[in-house]
Design a protein around this ligand. Structure first.
Ligand code: ADP
Ligand code: GLC
Length: 472
């Protein structure tokens, strides 16, 4: 398996949750999974095993491999190339991508395949995730096509987010070790540029996305980000597999970041978490504040997450009978929006700008509702965490949100991407909150949902078995 971030090593978003949980889940099904990812700055895990020369585009590098055991049958290999990975950020800094990202992630794919080759046995399948590993399927079909170990290895490519396409100038072509012939419509050429994402989609034997609904949506112009034609062409090999929840990490009965634990049988601890959460954000927590519904948000602050809808309601949200706690980082305009709103309503609106894993858990535990008004959402994990934590999700019905939240049964769902639809749905949720027995039913129905990884992992295994029987 190849990817650019994974818990517990490095995380900016949901990909890290998935790559932290899927390899052990495959292990529980009897598969041996090796995940290869970069050894970024600050990662101390793993024992040194080897260092070998790997050249990309004629530029040699000495690449180290550190091995960290993830579970009985799952291992992480951290690729050590300090020139490329020992930097402030994973993909860029100060909102600017690193200009040598094509080289950085070409090297990641090369290093992963070289590591597999060093083992001397052909992997059953190479599973590459998102554009950062999009060249791996391409290399298998080209550079490694006649390789003594890797020749014929099938690959699966998973799209976690079509909006990130790994687009680079065609000037990079001679520096990536791919033949000129792949700069084509059936290869990785995209409107005159190189797309690592397109390379992965076109070269892999099977393609998956992270929810069934998103698999359909990606084939439409509205959600396809220009790739709908590419995906329609490969529709026969494309499936949606819903992400799971890592129940070791996200469980209100034993979450170390909650001040008290709780379960469907006894929700008392949830009120303790709410009180602690209000305190942490410096909001009022007198009895009337404790009774007021508390709406939580945790999100990368980017257009995808529907923050423009929220911003359009700047004057109307604060007059709702609710409090808000928001955690996130991203585009300055959204960060400023929340900071300003929190400054205007300090007893009812709290905003924390930054990345804070413990606080994310406390929000899931302490909030009454969780808001995800996404413009699009390939899967989304927080709504599933919310369901487990008895925190009723209020979502836009797209992608994985559509697949996991049921209007009036486990949460509240709106369709039109408009501030009015969002506001009307929040009002519906707030009205339901006013009816404690109805609210309890919603919470309990959500807490009953089973989104454990084992089911999703079994679906991946079905794909692995299929492509390894019929390699392309
Ligand atoms: P995406 O991958 O598009 O960001 P997901 O819902 O799949 O969306 O996953 C987001 C993950 O990142 C969740 O685990 C969420 O709790 C976490 N997360 C996002 N922003 C923050 C933050 N500022 N602090 C802590 N965790 C965050
Ligand atoms: C992406 C998507 C998100 C998904 C995550 C993990 O970041 O934006 O919806 O849950 O990948 O698959």
């Amino acid at each position: 398996m190849i990817g650019s971030e994974a818990l517990p090593f490095a995380k900016t978003g949901g990909l890290a949750d998935v790559l932290g949980a899927l390899p052990p889940a495959l292990g529980r099904l009897g598969w041996d999974a090796t995940l290869v990812l970069p050894r970024y700055r600050g990662v101390r895990d793993g024992v040194f095993v080897d260092r070998i020369p790997i050249s990309v585009g004629g530029q040699p590098a000495k690449v180290g491999f550190f091995e960290a055991r993830v579970s009985d049958r799952a291992t992480a290999i951290l690729v050590d190339a300090p020139d490329l990975f020992d930097r402030d950020g994973l993909y860029g800094s100060e909102h600017v991508d690193y200009p040598d990202n094509p080289r950085r992630f070409a090297l990641l794919a090369r290093a992963a395949l070289e590591w597999a080759a060093l083992r001397g046995t052909r992997p059953t399948v190479v599973h590459a995730h998102d554009w950062q590993s999009g060249l791996a399927p391409v290399y298998l079909k080209t550079l490694y096509a006649g390789h003594p170990v890797l020749s014929g290895t099938p690959s699966v490519f998973t799209i976690h987010n079509l909006a990130y396409q790994g687009l680079f100038s065609a000037d990079w072509m001679p520096r990536l070790d791919v033949p000129a012939s792949v700069f084509s419509q059936e290869g990785l050429e995209f409107w005159g540029q190189i797309s690592f994402l397109k390379g992965g989609i076109n070269a892999a034997e099977a393609i998956t996305t992270v929810s069934p609904r998103y698999a359909e949506e990606t084939q439409t112009p509205e959600f396809g980000c220009g790739f709908d034609g590419v995906l329609r062409r490969r529709a026969a090999d494309l499936v949606g597999i819903l992400n799971g929840v890592d129940v070791d990490e996200w469980d209100p009965q034993r979450d170390p970041y909650l001040p008290a634990h709780y379960s469907a049988a006894d929700l008392a601890g949830k009120a303790v978490a709410k009180s602690e959460l209000l305190l942490r954000f410096g909001l009022a927590r007198d009895p009337s504040a404790m009774k007021r519904p508390l709406i939580g948000m945790i999100s990368r602050m980017v257009d995808q997450k529907g923050l423009d809808l929220v911003a359009a309601l700047a004057d109307r949200l604060p007059v709702l009978p609710a409090s808000f706690v928001v955690l996130g980082a991203g585009e300055p305009k959204y960060q400023d929006f929340w900071r300003r709103l929190a400054a205007r309503f300090p007893d009812r609106i709290g905003a924390r700008i930054g990345f804070d894993e413990p606080l994310a858990h406390l929000i899931e535990g302490g909030a009454d509702m969780f808001l995800m008004p996404s413009r699009f959402e390939p899967c989304g994990l927080n709504q599933m965490y919310s369901l487990r934590y008895g925190t009723v999700p209020v979502v836009r019905g797209v992608g994985g949100l559509f697949d996991t939240v049921r209007e009036g049964a486990t949460g509240f769902v709106f369709d039109q991407y408009t501030p009015e639809a969002l506001l009307e749905t929040l009002r519906r949720a707030l009205a339901a909150f006013g009816n404690p027995s109805k609210w309890r039913e919603l919470q309990l129905e959500g807490m009953k949902q089973d989104h454990s990884w084992d089911r999703s992992a079994r679906e991946y295994v079905t794909i692995y078995e299929k492509v390894s029987r019929n390699p392309g």
